[in-house]
Design a binder for this molecule. Sequence first.
Ligand code: BG6
Ligand code: MG
Length: 217
Amino acid sequence: MKKAFIFDLDGVIVDTAKFHYLAWRNLAKGIDFDFTTAQNEQFKGVSRVRSLEILLEMANYKATQEEKDAWLVQKNVEYLSYIQKMDQSEILPDVPRVLAYLIEKQQGIALGSASKNARPILERVALLDKFHAIVDGNDVTTAKPDPEVFVKGAQALGAAAKHCIVFEDSIAGIQAANTAGMTSIGIGDAAVLHEADHVFSDFTEMSNDFLDTLIQK
Ligand code: BG6
Ligand code: MG
């Protein structure tokens, strides 16, 4: 049967989580805050604006609106400088195989990302044409863990929530998929993503047989 497969972008399709981290870490240095990779887990799946709020709370820094506006621009300028150098080598292992298999099986494929940079990134890595629908940070008003981005992805594919499967690397994204009543599949650390229905360390661990079970469910 035809199902809707909704992919998160950062940390699922491409290895951009490291670029977000670098840009936030440099910004944090400017206010004498040592931002760690462990703290960065809380930023995954979270919007740019909310990420800055969390960073300032962690650093216990009371910023003016002018400072916040300037830092949001500064963070994105640095992030864009990294993604401009991206190429297909940044695609995470076995993502092309999974996309090709789902296309061969005529499944619905959507992107459900919090990022406002999703389209240029997919263009850079030449994957834009693999998606039937793209829902990103420009299309939603509420961020993950709110399910809006996945609900809109399902609507764009004309699929009921129970027929949707979400691939996510963030806690917020797994919670969003679960709240939407979709099957949630964590890509990453099982201890971090324990709320997911299934967890794989990466797509190399996910067989075509497993994809078949999702399609036939
Ligand atoms: C998510 C990332 O996909 O997009 C977050 O996991 C990021 O780390 C968010 O903050 C927003 O991204 P952007 O590209 O709009 O700053
Ligand atoms: Mg992600």
